[in-house]
Design a protein around this ligand. Structure first.
Ligand SMILES: [Zn+2]
Length: 443
């Protein structure tokens, strides 16, 4: 079936003024100004009211936290006291509650135009050993793309760490399960829907030997590595105390200073660190909302890009955002970027590029993130029909500056997954009712 998405109001990408043709899961043709599709099409979608973006790619989240948004225990805290307050609450989560949290987060992301999401799951209390399996099942049911990162924490309160004793696992268990989920679910082929990555919560939340073992395993199986690093200034001290060296040195020592790695936050690195990370091609996930909510600071995105690092965007967990809206993340990144670099330093095109192609590069994917022939047909279509857009002149800039929040249509792998602003095959009211009910257990 060949579908022509015809005559968009605007499109983020070159050479498709009259739209694009989708066949199967892929984009097979860009239709330039004054042109018609080269071959007959079976169906035409009139996109004359739509601004068309490549599907947005979220590179950092903690889906389970949708159950504890705006929690009274964390309303006024910096990162460490916030973690200390919330860990015991998160530690109570059960598989049925996680399933609803994952479904809610994925649907919320999808409605905001997100087609690929990475989730960093690092809580494995007794009973929740199959958390990664649940995430994969939910992503498959929604037919969204995901990089599910198998998280890990080894150091708990009894070792002087922050998390409660019951959510951490020993190194052997982490390694064994990382291999298990990789074998079961990781699909490295172009166009794949599910990929697995390994993701210790932070380099000072696990042992040095686990970092090394995970890096080796990732190399041998060709999967990616992810962790939080340097959201707040104290993390450098934690790393020195735990491992006797600064964070970038520790990455190098453990086999984590390379293109296989993407880091969440990366706020507090000096210029020498930025240059080293950039030279190594380490991806940077900019989590603007979370960094603002937790008063962490501003990620030096432009310096990272100039140094050669891929820069992508993440909404981060719903306890520190507290929203899973990728278009909101795009807008936040523009605003915080301007605060740091001035009004001409970051444009709407920069932040849209970070949310699409940049994020895809962080996840090691060159088959998504752009509207180009041969790439997967992952698309987000927005109308400008709401009051907030009335009077807008530049349609693409309007999406970011006026604050687009909800896509009208979303396509993943050539299939419409959002139609008329509603998720396909999902009873949103019922999902919200069940999710609200599940969240009561965490009050
Ligand atoms: Zn995070």
């Amino acid at each position: 079936m060949r579908l022509w998405i015809k005559d968009p109001l605007a499109l983020f990408g070159p050479g498709a003024e009259r739209g694009l043709v989708v066949e199967g899961t892929r984009i097979v043709e860009l239709v330039g100004r004054g042109r018609m599709p080269a071959l007959p099409v079976d169906e035409t979608f009139d996109a004359s009211r739509h601004v068309v973006l490549p599907g947005l790619v979220n590179t950092h989240h903690h889906f389970y936290q949708t159950l504890v948004r705006a929690h009274p225990a964390g309303l006024k805290a910096d990162l460490v006291p916030w973690l200390v307050a919330l860990y015991p609450i998160w530690a109570r989560i059960r598989p049925d509650q996680l399933r609803l949290a994952v479904r809610m987060a994925l649907v919320e992301l999808l409605l905001s135009g997100c087609t690929t999401a990475a989730d960093h799951h690092n809580l494995f209390p007794p009973g929740l050993e199959n958390a990664i399996d649940i995430e994969v099942e939910e992503a498959r049911a929604l037919r969204m793309r995901m990089t599910v990162t198998r998280g890990a924490m080894s150091f708990s309160v009894k070792d002087g760490g922050l998390p409660p004793d019951n959510v951490v696992q020993d190194d052997e268990t982490v390694l064994r399960d990382s291999e298990r989920v990789l074998k079961l679910f990781h699909d490295p082929q172009p166009g794949s829907l599910i990929r697995i990555a390994f993701a210790p919560c932070s380099p000072f939340a696990v042992s040095k030997s686990l970092m090394i073992d995970l890096a080796r395993l990732a190399q041998s199986c060709d999967c990616r590595l992810h962790t939080h690093l340097c959201q707040v200034e104290d993390e450098e001290r934690f790393c020195v105390e735990a491992h006797g060296m600064r964070p970038v040195d520790f990455l190098e020592e453990t086999g984590w200073l390379n293109k296989r790695v993407w880091l969440a936050h990366a706020v507090h690195f000096n210029s020498e660190d930025v240059a080293r990370l950039g030279r190594a091609g380490v991806g940077i996930c900019h989590c603007a909302a979370s960094d603002m909510v937790l008063a962490a600071g501003i990620c030096p995105t432009k310096e990272f890009e100039a140094a050669g690092a891929p820069v992508g965007l993440g909404v981060d967990g719903s306890s520190s955002n507290d929203s899973s809206n990728m278009m909101e993340a795009v807008r936040h990144s523009l605003m915080i970027g301007r605060l740091r670099y001035g009004a001409s330093g970051v444009t709407h095109r920069d932040v849209l590029r970070w949310a699409t192609e940049g994020s895809a590069r962080c996840l090691g994917r060159d088959d998504i993130g752009r509207i180009a022939v041969g790439l997967e047909a992952d698309l987000a279509l927005f109308t400008l029909d709401e009051p907030r857009f009335s009077g807008a002149q530049d349609p693409l800039a309007a999406l970011v500056l006026c604050g687009a929040h909800r896509a009208d249509r979303v396509m993943v792998a050539g299939e419409w997954r959002v139609i008329d602003g509603a998720p396909v095959d999902i009873d949103l009211e019922a999902l919200m009712a069940h999710h609200r009910e599940a969240a009561r257990a965490f009050a």
